[in-house]
Design a protein around this ligand. Structure first.
Ligand code: 5GP
Ligand code: ZN
Length: 111
């Protein structure tokens, strides 16, 4: 999508601090970290959000969690939280499917 920030990051039109990339997903550090370690794992395809996950594309989500596990081990995160905001009232500001990985210090209860 031409006006989507994350599509522009995937295309390389907006720079990002990349952690991992393959043909399906990209991981990069959040520009406004909410915890000492805060990165995002996104699909390369434009999927609007969690409501668009279906039988046709759910393998991508499994792959994202494989990538999260690999990065968490490499970065020796230990404790971490994975968050997907869906919809503006849940805090979604970028409408391209992404998973926040938050780590560092004590995160406190949220759910
Ligand atoms: P959401 O609010 O949709 O759950 O998460 C979007 C996240 O993307 C926010 O944490 C925000 O800081 C991050 N973000 C927005 N624009 C950019 C950008 O241009 N580069 C990077 N690295 N992160 C961004
Ligand atoms: Zn997009």
């Amino acid at each position: 999508m031409s006006d989507c920030i994350f599509c522009k990051i995937v295309a390389g039109d907006i720079p990002s601090k990349k952690l991992y990339e393959d043909d399906r997903v990209l991981a990069f550090y959040d520009i406004e970290p909410k915890t000492p370690v805060h990165f995002l794992v996104i699909t390369k395809d434009h999927i609007k959000g969690a409501l668009e996950i279906s039988e046709e594309n759910s393998r991508l989500v499994a792959h994202i969690f494989e990538v999260i596990a690999k990065l968490a081990a490499e970065l020796e995160l230990g404790a971490f939280r994975v968050v997907t905001n869906n919809g503006p009232d849940a805090g979604q500001t970028v409408f391209h499917l992404h998973f926040h990985v938050l780590s560092g210090g004590v995160l406190g209860e949220m759910a």
